[in-house]
Design a protein around this ligand. Structure first.
Ligand code: HEM
Length: 407
């Protein structure tokens, strides 16, 4: 049900109009209430930002931190693990000095490296499509999310960490357990975390003895300008962080991308006819995604003014990048999908010093999946009406439960 901000605090997350449709409140909030009072699932209160300039400012401003464990920071949910927002992995990485850790990893994610990874990602996509085609149901339908969208990013992360193909399924399970806070009990989640930790610690020893051409091998020997190296704990935490940050996000984005492109047949046919649109189309689906999940919370560490409102120290703000990406002040015809939109400075990967470290890899995966599907299955179509697609219920990453297709 649509909520009216004039009647007080809004319950957050806002209800979506459909799996691909934005909440009805966004436009009015951007227009009339750019700093809106919200109540989080935990019952705590926070402020919601929906304007492009405000979201960009807060994500980039050092006065707004990720200290979601501060005593007076709002709790997101009642679940004590708090999901990806405050976790021991982040702590371990922070102890390495966030900026220093980022520099060491960013060095590896170069354009040259992404070009080198592409043939491997293409081969994995072909293999997964083969499996989907062979395993299609009697009526010729299959779930594109389960067959391609979900496994591909795990396979890519296993490759990044130099993990053998035979352990891909274990990684998929760990990822599922670490992010699905509602489906598993705390003791199961803790057990999975411990098992994953032991696996990575042992794997690290193997890599130290026999380094490969992977990111983990590179990080083991990487030395920063001050002569420092990452400790074993920090290397293990990095492996965990890459899986947590890079799996569900990309898996769900593959599903949503294909749903958005197939929901309007004209879009898909346009791409089949003009492959030069693949790159800008990927940026446009990232911008247009109305169902990316919670948004990014920040803890205000020093008073800051946003759209004329002072947010005092101690405020928790939630930045809705998806609402900002539909802001007419930043994008002409923001509520229309324009496959060749350029420029397209969307905020799907955040902004500022914490923006997505794996964005070049995510882009490479999305572009490759789209290219290979256009080659292999140009007759691809949704097997259910777009308005019957169901959202994933959960707090952290938004997505579709399944994506039934035929070809
Ligand atoms: C479509 C897929 C993806 C989306 C939409 C996405 C989105 C984001 C966003 C919004 C942030 C910023 C968090 C913040 O401001 O606090 C972020 C951070 C991050 N992402 Fe991604 N991401 C994606 C894929 C990936 C992949 C494939 C990887 C690596 C394998 C990755 C690794 C990271 C890491 C390590 C961070 C933390 C950076 C830091 O703390 O400095 N992401 N991502």
């Amino acid at each position: 049900m649509t909520q009216d901000f004039r009647e007080g605090t809004l319950n957050y997350p806002l209800e979506m109009a459909g799996a691909l449709e934005p909440p009805a409140e966004w436009a009015e909030l951007r227009d009339k209430c750019p700093v809106a009072g919200i109540r989080l699932p935990s019952g705590d209160e926070a402020s919601l930002l929906t304007r492009y300039d405000d979201v960009r400012l807060v994500l980039s401003d050092p006065r707004c931190t990720r200290r979601m464990d501060a005593d007076d920071a709002a709790r997101i949910s009642e679940n004590d693990s708090g999901g990806v927002f405050n976790d021991s992995m982040a702590e371990s990485i922070n102890s390495a000095g966030q900026a220093r850790w980022r520099r060491m990893l960013t060095k590896w994610f170069t354009a040259k490296r992404m070009t080198a990874l592409r043939p491997g990602i293409e081969a994995m996509t072909h293999q997964l499509i083969d499996g989907m085609v062979e395993g299609a149901a009697g009526d010729g339908t299959a779930d594109l999310k389960a067959n391609v969208g979900f496994p591909l990013p795990v396979w890519v992360i296993c490759d990044l960490l130099g993990v053998p193909d035979t352990d891909r399924d274990r990684f998929a399970r760990w990822s599922d357990m670490l992010l699905n806070l509602t489906r598993y009990g705390q003791s199961e989640i803790d057990a999975a975390k411990a098992e994953f930790h032991v696996y990575l610690a042992e794997h690290l020893e193997t890599k130290r003895a026999e380094p490969g051409d992977d990111l983990l091998s590179a990080l083991i020997t990487a030395v920063d300008p001050d002569g420092g190296r990452l400790t074993d704990d920090q290397l293990v935490a990095t492996g965990q962080a890459l899986l947590v940050a890079g799996h569900e996000t990309t898996a769900n984005m593959i599903g949503k991308m294909m749903a958005m492109l197939l929901a309007d047949r004209g879009r898909w046919e346009h791409l089949v006819a003009d492959r030069s649109l693949v790159r800008p189309a990927v940026e446009e689906v990232l911008r247009f995604d109305a169902n990316p999940g919670f948004g990014m919370p920040r803890y205000v560490n020093e008073d800051i003014e946003v759209s004329g409102t002072v947010l005092p120290r101690g405020t928790t703000v939630v930045c809705s990048m998806a609402a900002a990406n539909r802001d007419e002040a930043a994008f002409d015809g923001a509520d229309a999908m324009t496959l060749d939109r350029r420029p397209n400075a969307h905020l799907a990967f955040g902004a500022g010093p914490h923006s997505c470290l794996g964005q070049s890899l995510a882009r490479t995966e999305l572009q490759t999946v789209l290219d290979v599907l256009l080659d292999r299955l140009p007759t691809l179509e949704l097997a259910v009406p777009a308005d019957e697609l169901r959202r994933v219920e959960g707090l952290v990453v938004g997505g579709l439960r399944e994506l039934p297709v035929r070809w």
